[in-house]
Design a protein around this ligand. Structure first.
Ligand code: HEC
Ligand code: HEC
Length: 391
């Protein structure tokens, strides 16, 4: 008892000293910087996780109106790319549900990527970014496209930072938002803060769940029942009060990867490598081959059960972002439903319980009607209008 009290006393003292230092430091900063530090809290639309909001905003990157505005500018600014022609918005276009409507992404100089551009709507709720989950936070993700040779094409992060420091407007904005000059970490912090304003809920389906029985059609209601029942969709596209994003945030092999002619060969090689314990070096090499990106989550985890697995996407606002799947191979929601009706696509690692679900043509239509009821209210542009209550 004695010891623990002394420990807690000294912890308290250390806290007090730290607080005094912090207050002194704040006092020394430029007044304009202090004025910009008012914390913002978003108004969370119906259907999205409101109670846990604070959990999704990292402590090290608090949300302020000025930071959102700086992030918004950076997001739409093609000067962040090596040739001055590609911005984040080129592939995450607000008019296309923050995706791009293309099969797979097209970056700098028209270079073609290997994967479909996902929406950024509600991306803040995803614990791991990218189809294979290779980035953790939005902060970590946001700086990767800048140096991706087929996206924004810069040879280094320094190159981007030097360019931004040379733009007078950004110089003063970074100073007032961060109390210092542009760094790559701050670029990532500003962009991801803007991304946290891109939330869309309050769909007809959410109003239905809240008790407005006529908010969706009878067909959509039947579709919801099929989604949770005969269609077995909610086995991966989880929907509950605690998990309202229609995803389990997990990785599954539905067989989309097997669309690629090289997948079977590469998957066998990856499987053999994983068994011998040589996984990392062999799989890193396979990743570089034509079709290698189709190996999916195993490229990150090196675990054979992840061959051809991709993250279950959220289905909120899904009607806005055709074409579908990580390779953009399904042009419409009806095509997606047909794919599942046949049990996905067979391959050596297909999800063990994915089997044909035998939905009739009417049932398939009902399921699509349900998916279409998941389109929410989009954030207004410019999005700072959506930043409601100040803390
Ligand atoms: C050339 C097109 C292109 C550009 C430019 C681009 N992206 Fe992307 N973005 C993609 C593609 C394709 C993916 C999926 C890649 C993958 O999963 O391997 C992606 C994934 C993401 C994700 C993860 C979403 C999820 O659901 O996993 C975020 C967040 C994101 N991009 C933000 C940005 C930001 C911020 C910028 C600008 C700094 C940017 N993107 C620039 C095409 C692009
Ligand atoms: C075994 C888990 C699982 C089941 C069951 C499942 N899905 Fe999926 N769903 C996924 C995964 C994983 C993806 C991404 C696949 C890929 O692109 O490789 C996906 C993708 C989708 C997409 C495309 C999303 C986008 O942004 O491109 C839609 C739409 C969809 N599923 C709807 C459904 C419907 C409807 C059902 C039921 C008939 C269903 N899913 C059953 C795991 C599942």
């Amino acid at each position: 008892m004695e010891i623990s009290r002394r420990q807690s006393n000294s912890r308290w003292l250390r806290g007090l000293v730290a607080l005094m230092f912090a207050l002194a430091a704040v006092g020394m900063l430029a007044p304009s910087f202090q004025a910009q530090q008012q914390l913002l809290k978003m108004a969370i639309p119906r259907g999205l996780p409101a109670d846990t909001w604070d959990y999704y905003v990292p402590r090290g990157n608090p949300m302020t109106a000025a930071k959102v505005e700086l992030g918004r500018k950076l997001f739409f600014d093609a000067r962040l790319s090596a040739d001055g022609k590609v911005s984040c918005a080129s592939c995450h276009d607000p008019k296309q549900g923050f995706a791009d409507g293309k099969t797979v992404a097209e970056g700098i100089g028209g270079k073609i990527g290997t994967r479909n551009s996902p929406t950024l709507l509600n991306a803040m709720f995803t614990p791991n970014q990218f189809w294979d989950g290779r980035a953790g936070t939005l902060e970590e993700q946001a700086i990767q496209p800048l140096i991706n040779p087929i996206e924004m094409g810069n040879s280094s992060h320094d190159e981007v930072v030097v360019r931004l420091r040379g733009i007078a407007e950004y110089r003063s904005e970074f100073l007032s938002v961060f109390g210092g000059e542009a760094t790559i970490t701050r670029v990532g912090q500003a962009i991801s803060t803007y991304e946290r304003t891109l939330i869309a809920g309050d769909s007809p389906f959410d109003r239905f769940i809240a008790g407005e029985t006529s908010a969706i059609s009878d067909a959509a209601k039947r579709g919801f029942a099929l989604f949770r029942g005969k269609g077995r969709c909610s086995r991966c596209h989880t929907f509950s009060d605690a998990m309202p994003l229609f995803t389990d945030f997990n990785y599954h092999n539905t067989g989309v990867a097997a669309n690629h002619p090289n997948f079977d060969k590469l998957a066998r090689q990856a499987f053999a490598a994983a068994e011998t314990g040589q996984a990392k070096s062999v799989i890193d090499q396979l990743a570089q081959q034509e079709g290698g990106q189709e190996l999916g989550r195993i490229l990150i985890s090196y675990h054979e059960l992840d061959i051809g697995s991709f993250r279950t996407p959220s289905l909120r606002n899904i009607a806005l972002t055709a074409p579908y799947f990580h390779d953009g191979s399904a042009r419409t929601l009806a095509e997606v439903v047909r794919f599942y009706n046949e049990g996905g696509k067979a391959n050596l690692n297909r999800e063990w319980d994915l089997a044909p679900v035998a939905l009739t043509a009417d049932e398939q239509r009902d399921l699509v009607m349900f998916l279409e009821s998941l389109t929410g209210q989009l954030p207004k542009m410019p999005p700072e209008q959506e930043l409601a209550k100040k803390n």
